[in-house]
Design a protein around this ligand. Structure first.
Ligand SMILES: [Zn+2]
Length: 1013
């Protein structure tokens, strides 16, 4: 403990004196006293002394009551008969051990302090400061003048604003020059004491003695929990006082002394109630007072544990007023002074008990007890002390209530404010007991109440209250008869409510059923003609409802009514109790004729008006947006080969995409292909092959290869390939006109071209009925890729070189395998020459692709054997040689002849005749048959007869000249052509070289000629 006053303290104190002196003309009321003027103070005091504080000792008795004994060394006695060098006075309150008790009007003392004390006598003869702090002045030196000055402090200054902002609050009463003040005291000390309501004890003055029992502590100061002496600024590190109950949303219970104030309306009870309530209703604070049962306790009884409001100073602890000035009321507070709580960065002791004592002696003044508002104001002020507030220095006008100055200002305003609090008062209680505001409202057509218990919410009456931060508040909603509570409108209001934030909770009371569609959801989009599921929930926000239907609608406007297109209904056959819900996933069909666009799917509860919802019929519908959309298939890619052959497969690649702008899936479909001579969609020949396209979600593409065969009858040329998505129109698309695509590259379509390159037979001759092997070579002379499929050649027998005339005989088909472009096939077929085929020369034709596929050219399909096939025998003379070339008439010439059968075998005999002709050509009428030889047994095919020598005699009549011998096969018989039917009757003769018939010459040549052979 420091000694005081030291220079460091005095200097700032005196700097403020000028301010205080300037306030001399201000209204002389301060604290919850009406300050007495100095004359009344001098006349009313029993003892006035000047001295120095020597000792301070606090004492706690066995009941817990604390008093403090202040011993003052006497320098001068100005009034009263006080003996000895010092006097000990006793004040209510002080600190012993872990307990503090304090009256909010107490003067403060520090050991060593120089004081001017005004005192009065208790009934036991001991002394106290007269009217608390009003009777105590500190004596300090005013530096500018060096004069001693008496200064009166205003304790304590635990103000609302200074708590919140840690600002210095002005304090202290006006100062008085000590000499002048003492001169006034001397002048008036002999005046008679004023009238007071209670009788003065008039005992010998005596110093108080610290009792031997109980607990005592020597102290250096007598102050409220260590706040500095005025006018030092408030120390923000100082420990403050608060109650713990509000942290649990529990009230601090005050009990009103049952005796009451007889001259006050309602004995002061209604005023106490109003004063408590005004603090309880600061909605930003969790603090609340509650009114307990009436009590007989009263006065300042620190140890009784009862927080009481009492009237008429029952324990005579307050000096009586003088001339309607002095102490009006005082609050005391009992504190457990060990730091227990930290709130808003400040450390607090815990308050255990708070008492308010209203002084006696004011009844004749008429401004206090009888005035409802003034008594209420004083009680509100004192209850502010009880909850932990000191005095405020805020004298501004509150913009909301309009009152001038805080109720906790050290001023009894008596301006009719009653229980009204100033913003500074509210900020003070909020700082100590920060809370979250809960506003309760009621809505709906029913009625009821909402309560929270513990003097918080009791709505309809009290609908706003503060609660401890992060505490839980249980709200109980009680519907009136015939009403139903259907819950709170806001989230987070279901009990218990977590007061982490300021909240408004609106309770709904309904007096009739109130069906609403509380939830509806459906797909964001759908296609016409598709089924969708509407998730819907109907809730009854009112009293119990009977059975009803829920209707489902499709509407192009957001406000769904029964005039819109109804899709389905569902029955809620059991009705709905209060707050009950019925949920369903209702399947509805989007009509196929709905045009794409924006719609809503709506649900209307009680669509058939079966439930009387009173005024609540207008809220039965809800809707969810839906987009009616269609997919859009397009072919995004199509490739084709540069060329293709008719009847041949080709591979094309196609891609089909669903290019819908919203997420709608196209069902499975088919892409078809067309071959067209122009690039225009819509034309051409639909090809047999298609490609299946699976269901495609938005943006998805199906790609694939398709093997397509160009129809065999397709004329060769340039073609375009088209692909058409959804060719059969099974997908309902937003755009049906963009489904086709033309391959960028044209296709050169080519045809095969079969031709017969050669036909040969073996053997080359024969007879009817025989078998002949016919070999023909078929070639596909087309360019790639015109492959020819398997085909059939036809063999035809003709006895001339014209195909297709009447003599043609079908020899049968020949199967020909498929031929690639440029390939050939050699086919050997055994055919039978039909019986009855006349002997002759025949040709065999091979006709390729007989009656088969289309070809690039058909005029080259047939060919024949180059050498004829000989059917039947064909005799010819292969050799004819005379033995003499110059015979004479009558001479014999030996003719050697050979006859061959170059055809089929001869069935019969024939003759070989030898003729003499004047020329090389046989003339049957003119030429002379010289001889014949007969060939018997016929001649096999290829066989010969000869050489055989046949002698002929030159007719003796023959004239000399040049002649020929002509040999003819098959020269005899009835027919001019002989006995044998031959394949060729024109090749039967052969002439020898020319011979010369000469006259016989008797000369040597003739002789020699005879001689020679
Ligand atoms: Zn006060």
């Amino acid at each position: 403990m420091r000694d005081r006053p030291g220079p460091g303290f005095v200097l700032p104190a005196l700097l403020l004196l000028g301010v205080w002196l300037a306030l001399l003309t201000a209204p002389a009321i301060a604290g919850i006293v009406i300050p007495m003027d100095d004359g009344d103070l001098i006349r009313g005091a029993d003892v006035i002394v000047q001295g120095r504080v020597a000792r301070i000792e606090s004492h706690r008795d066995v009941f817990g009551a604390i008093q403090t004994y202040v011993t003052v060394g006497l320098d001068e006695v100005l009034k009263g008969d006080v003996a000895g060098p010092e006097v000990t006075i006793v004040e209510i309150g002080g600190t012993v051990g872990d307990r503090t008790y304090w009256l909010f009007a107490n003067p403060e003392f520090v050991v060593g302090e120089r004081v001017l004390l005004f005192m009065d006598q208790r009934v036991d003869g001991t002394l106290r400061t007269y009217h608390f702090y009003l009777g105590k002045f500190s004596i300090v030196t005013d530096p500018p003048t060096g004069n001693l000055t008496a200064v009166r402090g205003v304790p304590p200054r635990v103000t609302a604003r200074s708590i919140a902002a840690a600002v210095a609050a002005p304090a202290g009463d006006v100062a008085r020059p000590l000499d002048d003040f003492k001169h006034q005291i001397h002048r008036r000390v002999g005046e008679p004491q004023p009238f007071i309501s209670r009788a003065r004890p008039v005992l010998p003055f005596r110093s108080a003695a610290v009792p031997a029992s109980g607990a005592s502590e020597q102290r250096q100061e007598f102050r409220f929990i260590g706040d500095p002496n005025p006018p030092l600024p408030v120390n923000p590190a100082r420990t403050l006082v608060r109650w713990r109950e509000p942290d649990l949303n529990q009230p601090v219970t005050m009990r009103v002394n049952a005796t009451g104030e007889p001259t006050a309306p309602t004995l002061g009870v209604a005023q106490a109630r109003a004063a408590m309530k005004t603090w309880s209703r600061v909605s930003t604070s969790s603090f609340r007072f509650a009114e307990g049962l009436p009590t007989s306790a009263g006065g300042f009884q620190a140890g009784d544990g009862i927080s009481a409001i009492s009237f008429r100073d029952p324990l005579e602890q307050i000096p009586d007023p003088v001339n309607c000035s002095g102490t009006l009321a005082i609050a005391g507070i009992r504190v457990l002074n060990e730091p227990t709580m930290v709130v808003n960065g400040r450390t607090f002791y815990r308050a255990l008990q708070g008492d308010v004592v209203v002084n006696n002696g004011w009844e004749a003044c008429g401004i206090f007890y009888q005035d409802f508002e003034n008594l209420t104001e004083v009680l509100a002020h004192e209850l502010g002390h009880v909850l932990g507030l000191g005095h405020s220095a805020d004298s501004t006008i509150d913009p909301i209530s309009g009152v001038s100055g805080a109720t906790m200002e050290p001023v009894a305003h008596f301006d009719g404010r009653g229980a009204v609090l100033h913003a500074d008062d509210k900020s003070g209680v909020t700082f100590i007991y920060p809370g979250r505001t809960l506003i309760v409202q009621r809505t709906g057509r029913g009625s009821g109440t909402i309560t929270s218990g513990s003097d918080g919410i009791d709505c309809g009456t009290e609908c706003v209250a503060g609660f401890a931060v992060n505490s839980f508040v249980a709200l109980t909603a009680t519907p009136s008869s015939g009403s139903a509570f259907t819950g709170f409108v806001e989230a987070g209001c279901e009990s218990p409510v977590l007061m982490s934030v300021h909240r408004t909770c609106t309770a709904r009371f309904e007096s009739a059923p109130d069906l609403v569609v509380s939830a509806i959801a459906g797909p964001a989009m759908a296609g016409p003609g598709t089924a969708v599921v509407i998730e819907n929930t109907v809730r009854n926000n009112g009293t119990t409802a009977g059975p009803f239907n829920v209707g489902f609608y499709l509407s192009s406007s957001s406000a769904v009514t029964t005039r819109h297109r109804q899709l389905a209904t569902r029955r809620v056959g059991g009705g709905l109790a209060t707050n009950a819900t019925t949920a369903d996933a209702t399947r509805v069909l989007i009509p196929a004729d709905v045009a794409p666009g924006s719609y809503v799917l709506g649900a209307i509860a009680d669509v058939d008006d079966e439930v009387d919802e009173g005024a609540g019929e207008g809220n039965n519908a809800a809707a969810t947006a839906i987009l009616i959309v269609r997919p859009d298939l397009v072919v995004t890619r199509l490739t084709a080969p540069a060329q293709a052959g008719t009847g041949l497969p080709m591979t094309v690649h196609s891609a089909v995409k669903n290019q819908a702008t919203v997420a709608v899936t196209a069902p499975a479909s088919t892409v078809a292909f067309y071959l067209s001579t122009d690039a225009r969609p819509g034309g051409g020949v639909r090809l047999a092959e298609t490609r299946a396209v699976p269901a495609l979600a938005k943006g998805r593409t199906s790609t694939g290869a398709t093997r397509i065969t160009i129809p065999s009858d397709t004329p060769p040329g340039t073609y375009f390939l088209l692909a058409v998505a959804d060719d059969r129109r099974v997908v309902d698309e937003s755009d049906e006109g963009n489904n086709a695509r033309v391959a960028a590259r044209a296709i050169a379509v080519k045809r095969p071209d079969l031709t017969v390159r050669s036909v040969t037979t073996k053997p080359a001759r024969g007879v009817a009925g025989m078998n002949v092997k016919v070999r023909h070579v078929v070639r596909n002379v087309a360019a790639a890729p015109a492959h020819a499929p398997a085909s059939t050649s036809r063999l035809v027998l003709s006895n001339n070189t014209a195909l297709g005339d009447a003599d043609d005989v079908d020899l049968g088909p020949v199967a020909v395998a498929a031929l690639a472009a440029g390939a050939h096939a050699a086919l050997t077929t055994t055919v039978s020459i039909p019986d009855g085929t006349a002997p002759g020369r025949y040709w065999i034709y091979a006709v390729a692709n007989d009656g088969g596929f289309s070809e690039a050219a058909t005029e080259n399909n047939a060919a024949r054997t180059t050498r004829p096939l000989t059917i039947g025998p064909d005799l010819l003379v292969t050799a004819a040689n005379p033995s003499k070339t110059a015979p004479a008439p009558g001479m014999t010439v030996k003719v050697t002849t050979t006859v061959a059968n170059q055809g089929g075998a001869t069935p019969a005999d024939f003759e070989v005749g030898i003729y003499l002709s004047v020329n090389g050509t046989l003339d049957a009428s003119a030429d002379t048959l010289l001889a014949a030889r007969r060939v018997t047994g016929g001649l096999a095919s290829g066989a010969r007869s000869g050489p055989i020598v046949t002698p002929v005699v030159i007719p003796s009549t023959a004239s000399p000249g040049t002649y020929f011998l002509i040999v003819r096969a098959d020269a005899g018989g009835a027919r001019t052509s002989g006995e044998v039917l031959e394949a060729d009757e024109t090749n039967n003769t052969r002439a020898t070289a020319a011979i010369r018939i000469v006259r016989p010459d008797p000369t040597v040549p003739s002789v020699s000629s005879v001689r020679m052979p």
